[in-house]
Design a protein around this ligand. Structure first.
Ligand SMILES: *Cc1c(COP(=O)(O)O)cnc(C)c1O
Length: 351
């Protein structure tokens, strides 16, 4: 080993879902939205004045922060925006998880949490989900350096009751509790109202799933103004210009169009419920997903075999070769037509 290598920050990186360059594919592997962004997004992109690109973006991201705050009935100083919620969450880890006590999160959850912890040298402990993949709230009551979990959880899709989330927050007033609500718009109840009651709560959401903007990278955190100020201090110490000019302009349009948002999310919810019925009839078992994906195991055929058979037919789902979940497929909800093709394939394959 060369001498300099002793001083490299060695990390085991997060592995994002595959983005195959396959013309004919049905892509159900990264929980993207199958519908295009709101019409106003296209309009804003067409009308975008490229001369603006000479200039740095407005660093406080005011137009977008204001639009998000307005949508939720918040004050602008209760909102922080970043380059997707991954950026927002990484800033939150950096800002708030500086205790010597371990940060707590579930053993089966968003696989970026342990990556950030390792990279930032944050001690952490995982708490096992129960045999039905439910989070046990009591596991998060002990002393810790912070708590984070998605609701609904990923990749299980299972939603936790708001009262249980409140119990976790109330038992952790000395640390920051982060509820990662990447999928909350697909049928869950947001913890957002609790930010008025608990000054240690951050609710994180994203435009990537329910607002069809995964490619634009817009995420946000909501919490009391003091928390938001602390995250901004870290952001300005790291990279002042996180949001580019187009993300700011298009993000505003994405959140402004409430009617389009309602229409597309309802279509996804309906298609999810249709897909659940079909999968059940085919012998799959799964928790009651309240997200835009279903995490399912077949009673007979191993998940890996199904994953590979689907792939050969240009149908991409997600498979995790991780203990406890290596017999499950995570199937994102596409359009009704895409899900019909998917189900048809399974009907033939499994008969
Ligand atoms: C998709 C996802 C994110 C990150 O989404 P961004 O595209 O970075 O906004 C964060 N948390 C969970 C649980 C997710 O599934």
């Amino acid at each position: 080993m060369e001498n300099w290598e002793a001083y490299v920050r060695k990390v085991v990186p997060y592995v994002p879902g595959e983005q195959p360059q396959d013309e004919r594919m049905i892509k159900l592997n990264t929980n993207e939205n199958p519908y295009p962004p709101a019409p106003g997004v296209l309009r804003a992109l067409k009308e975008f004045d490229t001369d603006k690109l000479r200039l740095y973006p407005e660093p406080t991201c005011k137009v977008l922060v204001d639009a998000i705050a307005k949508n939720y009935g918040l004050d602008s100083d209760q909102v922080f925006v970043g380059v997707g919620s991954d950026d927002v969450l990484a800033m939150i880890f950096l800002t708030f998880f500086n205790s010597k006590k371990p940060v707590l999160f579930p053993d089966i959850t968003y696989s970026f949490y342990d990556v950030w912890s390792n990279m930032l040298r944050i001690p952490y402990e995982v708490r096992a989900l129960d045999e039905n993949f439910l989070i046990k709230k009591e596991d998060y009551y002990g002393e810790n350096g912070g708590v984070i979990f998605p609701n609904p959880n990923a990749p299980t899709g299972i939603l936790m009751e708001l009262s249980e989330i409140e119990d976790i927050i109330a038992h952790n007033r000395d640390v920051i509790v982060v509820v990662d609500e990447a999928y909350i718009d697909f049928g869950g109840v947001s913890a957002l109202p609790l930010i008025e009651k608990y000054d240690n709560l951050l609710v994180v959401q994203t435009f990537s799933k329910s607002r069809s903007l995964a490619g634009m990278r817009v995420g946000y955190a909501m919490g009391n103004p003091k928390l938001i100020r602390y995250i901004n201090d870290v952001k300005y110490s790291f990279n002042s210009y996180t949001m580019n000019q187009t993300a700011l302009a298009l993000g505003v349009e994405a959140i402004r169009d409430g009617a389009y948002f309602e229409e597309t999310r309802q279509k996804i919810i309906d298609t999810r419920e249709w897909t659940k019925k079909k999968l059940k009839a085919l012998g799959f078992k799964f928790g009651d997903s309240m997200s835009n994906f279903i995490f399912a195991a077949h009673e007979r055929v191993p998940a890996k075999e199904l994953f590979e058979a689907l792939r050969k037919k240009h149908i991409y789902v997600r498979y995790f070769s991780k203990e406890r979940i290596d017999n499950y497929l995570r199937i994102s909800i596409g359009t009704r037509e895409e899900m019909e093709t998917f189900v048809e394939f399974l009907e033939n394959y499994l008969q």
